[in-house]
Design a binder for this molecule. Structure first.
Ligand code: ADP
Ligand code: MG
Length: 265
């Protein structure tokens, strides 16, 4: 088995006093080592739930997860793989400098070794934040803050990166460049990543493969490998290719059908 991560027939429902909210239904897909997968789907369909299941924060009611072909038992995800999580808000602490923010994960894991600290310094240099390491988060631009959040995530040497709409808080122009920048940095390390986004253009521009989820409870309704004839470096170049347009039109149709279905319920 080649897959780094496999999901097989995963189903999940939230239960509370008001009843049951089915969120995921029979979700199956594989993610290869080094692959960058984007997941799109209607708002509220279960995307964040899916990431929580992969991270082991929620236990699936049905189905199994495998890491490198080995079944992940309940509560075992954290022992088997190191997960790096990036969220919509960058969750940088204002009372800490950028340096003290990016070493937070190492501090919590008790892994502030000289090697890890040197790695963080290297990342600060690579991500052009070294000169800002003693600044407070509020002194940085949105893009710089996201790069700092990525360093904090990378510092723990994650096996798998889970990105839950990490660019949503940025304005659309900043977002285009920051997302391309962050994706390039992730690709350069060869890390495996799953990106949740509601922005179809972003998914096609950044990912090797796009999965489209249905309205809640989410099912995988479309899986599309994105093969481009141009370098992904410049998002505008990607968006001007004929193949981008074809991917976009097809996926747009799938998503629109899902959204219309949501409204008619
Ligand atoms: P998405 O990330 O796609 O917007 P979520 O995975 O956050 O969707 O949520 C899927 C559905 O589950 C939504 O209808 C949401 O209201 C519901 N939900 C999420 N978290 C809880 C919870 N803790 N308890 C009950 N329902 C929840
Ligand atoms: Mg969400």
């Amino acid at each position: 088995m080649d897959a780094l991560l496999s999901l097989r027939d995963i189903s999940y429902a939230y239960h509370n006093l008001k009843g049951e909210t089915p969120a995921l239904s029979d979700i199956s897909f594989d993610v290869s080592q080094g692959e960058f997968v984007a997941v799109v789907g209607p708002s509220g369909c279960g995307k964040s739930t899916l990431l929580s299941i992969i991270a082991g924060l929620l236990t699936p009611e049905e189905g199994e997860l495998y890491y490198q072909g080995r079944r992940i038992a309940d509560g075992e995800a954290g022992n088997i793989m190191k997960i790096g999580y990036m969220l919509q808000r960058d969750h940088l602490f204002e009372w800490r400098t950028i340096y003290h923010n990016v070493i937070l994960g190492l501090e919590l894991n008790h892994t502030l070794t000289p090697e890890n600290l040197e790695y963080v310094m290297q990342l600060l240099r690579d991500y052009e934040l070294y000169a800002f390491k003693d600044k407070k988060p509020s002194e940085l631009s949105g893009g710089m803050r996201q790069r700092a959040a990525l360093i904090r995530t990378m510092a723990i040497h994650p096996d798998l990166l889970l990105l839950d709409e990490p660019f949503s808080a940025l304005d659309s122009q900043t977002r285009l460049n920051v997302s391309a920048d962050i994706a390039r940095l992730i690709r350069s390390t060869g890390k495996t990543a799953i990106l949740i986004t509601h922005d179809l253009s972003e998914a096609i521009t950044l990912a090797d493969r796009v999965l489209v989820l249905s309205k809640r409870p989410a099912k995988v309704v479309c899986e599309m490998p994105i093969r481009l004839t141009v370098d992904r470096h410049d998002p505008m170049t990607v968006r001007n290719t004929p193949e981008y347009q074809l991917f976009f039109n097809h996926l747009w149709e799938v998503l629109t059908n899902e959204q219309t279905a949501t409204q008619s319920v």
